[in-house]
Design a protein around this ligand. Structure first.
Ligand code: PGA
Length: 261
């Protein structure tokens, strides 16, 4: 059984005080991290103050990292700097960074390797545009993105990586992808991992769905065989909403454990 993940991506939202309040609100309420990983990926400037305040079960992640060890890269943050703030995870290749910051597949691959080298768990985002979907190019695009992101990564490293399938047309939209489509695409990504590596690591890697997930559509999504949790944008900004999704994950897990008894 794969350990479910509820990850929030705050994007460019929340001041220091707002971030601290959120962490104090959820610290004692999020699930046991031996059962479910609960993550908040916060703006870089808040990382240290939030890791200092994270409780037993909540973990803090970053939203981006530079791939170089150090250098003349004004405004960038190195993997060692991130690690020194105490973060556990880092989102890599989010569609907004690909779109607004011109991140390429090569950047994604280099960033992923840099994160792993510093023991930061990468959450790699992949997904197709609406145009690609409408031209039935989704599988081709996903295959390419996954293979290029993981270029040079060994089978042993795969379980330390999280993939988030985020169709760009569903990010920041009114509706999420239908649950069965999310499941099919997460399953397709798992198949690529099986083909590139082996079935055992494909069974281990966690694949999240992201894109307009909320407490109304999450129930169906989390019950999907290949969906191991969610990457939340807007639903992660409100502590009650975030906690409701954590509790739904716990309920799902408890049911599953009961069924497997
Ligand atoms: P959204 O964002 O849930 O607000 O659509 C998801 C994401 O960008 O990860």
């Amino acid at each position: 059984m794969r350990k479910p993940i509820v990850a929030g991506n705050w994007k460019m939202y929340k001041t220091r005080d707002e971030g601290i309040h959120f962490v104090y609100d959820v610290n004692d309420e999020v699930p046991d991290r031996n059962e479910i990983e609960t993550i908040i990926c916060a703006p870089a400037i808040l990382l240290r103050c939030l890791t200092r305040r994270q409780g037993e079960n909540l973990r803090i992640g970053a939203q981006n990292v530079h791939y170089a060890e150090e250098g003349a890269y004004t405004g960038e943050i190195s993997p060692a700097m991130l690690a020194s703030t105490g973060v556990t995870y880092c989102i890599i290749g989010h569609s907004e960074r690909r779109q607004f910051n011109g991140e390429t597949e090569t950047d994604v691959n280099l960033k992923l390797k840099a994160a792993l080298k510093h023991n930061i768990i990468p959450i790699v985002c992949v997904g197709e545009t609406r145009d690609q979907m409408e031209h039935s190019d989704t599988d081709y695009i996903l295959g390419l993105q996954v293979k290029l992101a993981l270029k040079g990564i060994t089978a042993e490293e795969i379980p330390n990586i999280i993939i988030a399938y985020e169709p760009i047309w569903a990010v920041g939209a009114k509706q999420s992808a239908p649950a069965d489509l999310a499941n099919a695409k997460c399953g397709f990504i798992r198949k690529i991992i099986a083909k590139t590596y082996n079935q055992e690591v494909a069974n281990q890697i966690r694949i999240l769905y992201g894109g307009s997930v909320n407490k109304t559509n999450y129930e169906e999504l989390i019950h999907m065989e290949n969906v191991d949790g969610a990457l939340l944008g807007r639903a992660s900004l409100d502590s009650d909403h975030f906690l409701t999704i954590c509790q739904m994950t716990q309920k799902y897990l408890d049911e599953l454990k009961e069924k497997n008894k």
